[in-house]
Every structure is written in C-alpha cells, then in structure tokens.
Design a protein around this ligand. Sequence first.
Ligand code: R5P
Length: 300
Amino acid sequence: MMPRIKPTLLFFEDEQASAERLADAANLNLARIERHRFPDGEIKLRLPDTLPTRVVILRSLHQPNEKLIELLLTCKTAKVLGAKHLLLVTPYLAYMRQDKAFLSGEAISQKIVGSFLAQLVDAVIAVDPHLHRVKSLQQAIPVAQALAISAAPLLSDVIAAREANPLLIGPDEESLQWVSQAASRHHFDFGVCRKIRLGDHSVQIELPPISVAGRHVVLVDDVASTGQTLASTAQLLLGAGAKSVAVAVTHALFAQDAIQKIQSAGVQYIWSTDSIPHASNVIYLASCLAEAIAKIYGEH
Ligand code: R5P
C-alpha cells in the first residue's frame, strides 16, 4: 500500500507558536500563509504553490471579522491548489453566543457564521465551543465531520498542580458542564452561581448556597471577555470569606481592561489555554488537538 502523504498545516504568522506545537504533535507539514495588507485595508494572501489532498487550517477566531474573510480566501485558494479535504482547527470558535434572536430583527450569528464555515470546509475541530440552545457542534456548523473537544480536564490538572484542596466555582449556570467535569477528575468540591447579564459590562451574580469561608476558590469558565463576570464573582467570594480566588479559563479573550479589572477584584492567579495567544497561557492544547485530528482522519 502506498504511504499516505502527510497533510499540510496552514497557519497565519500570529499563530506561529501554536502551529509549530500542533504540527509537531500531529506530525503535519507546516506552511505559513503570507499576508499583505494594501493601503486601503484589503488583504492579499499567498499559499504554497501546491498542496496535498489533506490540508489542515489553524485559525482561532478571536477578533473574528477579518479572519472570516481570510478563511474565505484561504479555503477557496487551497481547493484550487490541490486540496480535496479541508479541516479547520479553530480552538476558539467565534459567534457561537448569539444562538437566537433575543429581540426581533437580530441576526442569529451562530447559524449564519456556522453555515458560512460549512460551505468552506469539510471538517471542523473546536475547543469548548459556546453551545447553549444547540447541542452539538455539527448542528452549529453543518459539515460532514465536526468534533468539539473540552479543555476542562486540562484546566483541572493545572488546578490540581497549583492549589491544594480547592473549591471550584462556575460563575453561571452555563459553566456547570465545564466545572463539573473539571471537579470530578480530581474529586474537587464545586458549586455554580446564578447570573443575570444586564449589559456588556454589567452582570448580577448570586453565589451558590455553599460555604466558601476559608476556601481557596478557583473560578472556572469557558470564556472571559470583558472580565466582568469573573471580577464580580471574585468580589462576592472574597466578601463571603474565601481565602483566595484564582481563575482557570479556556478562552482568554480578555477584551480591553479585563485583566486589570479581574486583578483589582482580588484574583491572585489567571491560568488559560493557548486557544487564544495571551500572557496567561499555561496550558497547551496541541496534544488534544492532535488526537482530534487523528480521529477525523481515521474516519475519513
Ligand atoms: C457566558 O455565558 C460565558 O460563559 C462567559 O461567562 C461570558 O462570556 C463572560 O463574559 P464577560 O467576561 O464579558 O463577563
């Protein structure tokens, strides 16, 4: 039998470090997409001259708007250059939170962006995509193969290595799926708050009815954006007598002054995965993503 040609991993310069880790873990050839910005703001991309049948594209979709256009240009060009099967590895998948029209006339971004991506690629891997009313990644992105993996076990391991007998707290009901997974792996105590979002920068949090006094608390969530959710929860926990508060989060969006806000609220440590490059990254996803890639190719 002829050996299968190694897939190529295409990446953009700003994700070089995570692309190198992934290529190494998944045994992929690595090729950078060259990018030129014209003075008027348009972009031009250049891919390698020829591509193998299987191509992986690494693109985390924080600051997503321009990246969606880049993906359009990349995927269409990759097919022209010989790719037959395109696998998008998007550790942070954007636009998943707007999964219904909360007010009449609102765009349902999840559906629109999901079907846009489904027209471009054959398979997709994402890490803890924020799926709420929709249950599977394949419903959000209707492609032949869609695999969602969770960073919760990795968050749990980091917490276990750095905090003795911690209490894990999820800041809202939606975080239950991640907090309960992270807690069960190392038999940590856990609880989940209730949250009402009043606006982009304003939330109302109610702590769970468990004692936090004297405990080393770790807040666990999938996304931190403005940091308001984590900051408000940390303040309440410290007010209720928690000995310390740290944060373990999968996607370190940390918009504007989020880090400052979280630290001012009394949070001592912030640990995140490299789904989004950030100074708080202490967890590398490469080996989990490599396993997921092997699964996709095993099925293909
Ligand atoms: C929402 O349900 C998510 O799980 C996060 O809690 C939320 O996106 C955090 O947003 P922010 O940091 O802006 O409060």
